[in-house]
Each structure stands twice: as C-alpha cells, then as structure tokens.
Design a protein around this ligand. Structure first.
Ligand code: ZN
Length: 279
C-alpha cells in the first residue's frame, strides 16, 4: 500500500494512494498514529483501497508523509563512491547524526537557502520509516520493524557541516529534510535493497546509484540504532547518499535560487522542490 499525508479543503489527513488518486484513510490523527495502529487498521484500509474512488492526487497538496517524526537519524559515508569523493576511508562503525524535526519539508515545497549561506547541497537517500520499532532488534528481525520507505533529500549546508566535527547543525536547516511523496509499505515494496536512486538538478543527472551499494545495509542500520535507543513508530532513518554531490564536483557546484532538485527511487516515486532564498 502507498500511504500519504495530504491537505485538501484546509484539512490535513492521511490517505491511500491508488494510481493517480488519493483516498481519505478516514483514520483520525497523523501518520504516526496510523503506523502505531497499523495491525488493526490494515484490513479496513485494504478494503478502502480495493473499493477505489478518491480524488486526483493533482488536486491535493502532498505533505511529508510523517510531518513530525519523533527522531530523524541519518547515516554518513555509506556508499563507496561517496566515501571516495569525500576523501574519507570506509568507516569501521556506522557514522550517525541527527536532523532536526523542524527540517522536515513537504515533497514538492520550496527548499530554503538560509540567509548568508552559499554551499547548499543535495543528497538523494532511501528513507526507512519505523513501524513497530523496539529495542535490540537483530538485523534478521529488522524488516518486520520497518513500516515502509519513502524518498528523502538530506539537504546539507556544507560550510556549516564541516565547520565542526559534529554535522547535525549543518544538516538541520529548515526545509532541509524533504520527504515523500508517500510511504510504500514494507509488504508492498519488499526488500529495499537493489533499488535504483537518482538526483537531478534542473534535469541534469547528478547522482545515479543503487541501494545494493549501501556499505551498511538497512537491516544493519536498524540493529545498530536499536542497540542504543528505542525505535518508535514514525521515526525516520536516512540510509545514506551515493556519489555525485555538488561539493565533490570540480569546480564545486552548489544549489542556487531557482534550481529544481528532483530525487527519485525506483519502486517508490519522486520528490521535487525548487531552491528559494530565505527572506
Ligand atoms: Zn546524507
């Protein structure tokens, strides 16, 4: 199933995406509430999806599928080509940082270039949305702990990222975590590894890889994170970006006002936003 959060007629709610239509889920609350009650809700949502109807997706505004995740964690240096372009060695341990909850952005909303910054960059990533979650989840049990997957752009202000050893500030600017366009549930997508993912700027392909090239795969990431913290429904995990970032181009090419950034993953969908100077 494909599940989204959308606004129509001034009301934000969750919906089921079927073809080019969205059907109101009828579930009270947010996507996080829906995820928490998924086992009980799934049969009725499947019935709604089968019944069809709804309204055209083009007539509603898609929001980030999870608008206020309890946690947003993101892994650094997790594709070999990105490690090489960053002039780093392959990490022995998973390198984790956080992105602020307030960095979440709708899939087609503008992405802000904050005042005084000139080194904004894109990072297409497979994003896992935690389902049941839990603590001390073994890699073998990780698939069952994940609700589904969406496309993310781990937008980064490079100067701020590299000004200090800890990256979270440079990764947490407002609008710098576009998510969407919807969540494809684990039972529909299956294994998230082996999916092509790409990023385009103004139609020019900048990143082009496959999730099979993750250094630490999604299951290992869940095992590592849950060894220290309880993963909860609706938590969001950025699983790493492949090579091709603007900071590694020669000469370096950072995002400018008006640039259109599109991130896509096979079997999930695409998100696309225009860069806009913060006023
Ligand atoms: Zn990243």
């Amino acid at each position: 199933m494909k599940l989204c959060t959308y606004t129509a007629d001034g009301r934000t709610r969750t919906g089921i995406v079927v073809g080019d239509n969205v059907i109101d889920s009828g579930v009270a609350g947010t996507m996080t509430d829906l995820i928490r009650d998924w086992d009980a809700l799934k049969p009725q949502l499947e019935a709604k999806a089968a019944a069809g109807g709804g309204v055209p997706l083009a007539s509603v505004k898609l929001e980030a599928p999870v608008q206020r995740p309890g946690k947003i964690f993101a892994i650094g240096l997790n594709y070999a080509d990105h490690i090489a372009e960053s002039n780093m060695g392959t990490p022995e341990r998973q390198v984790w940082f956080t992105k602020a909850q307030t960095s979440v952005n709708a899939p087609h909303d503008p992405i802000l270039i904050a005042r005084g910054t000139m080194t904004n960059d894109y990072e297409v990533e497979l994003v896992a949305v935690v389902g049941k979650g839990g603590k001390h989840i073994a890699a073998a049990d990780a698939p069952a702990a994940i609700f589904g997957y969406c496309v993310g752009n781990d937008v980064t202000e490079r100067m701020s990222q590299h000004a200090t050893p800890q990256w979270s500030f440079g990764k947490s600017f407002d609008t710098h975590a576009p998510l969407g366009p919807w969540i494809v549930t684990t039972d529909e997508l299956g294994d998230p590894h082996g999916r092509g993912l790409r990023c385009f700027v103004n139609g020019e392909k900048r990143q082009d890889s496959n999730t099979q090239h993750l250094v630490f795969n999604v299951w290992q990431q869940i095992e590592r994170l849950s060894s220290g913290m309880t993963l909860e429904p609706g938590d969001v995990i950025f699983t790493g970006t492949p090579g091709g970032i603007g900071a590694a181009m020669d000469p370096r090419r950072f995002l400018q006002p008006g640039d259109v950034v599109r991130c896509e993953i096979d079997g999930i969908g695409a998100i696309e936003g225009v860069m806009r100077a913060e006023t």
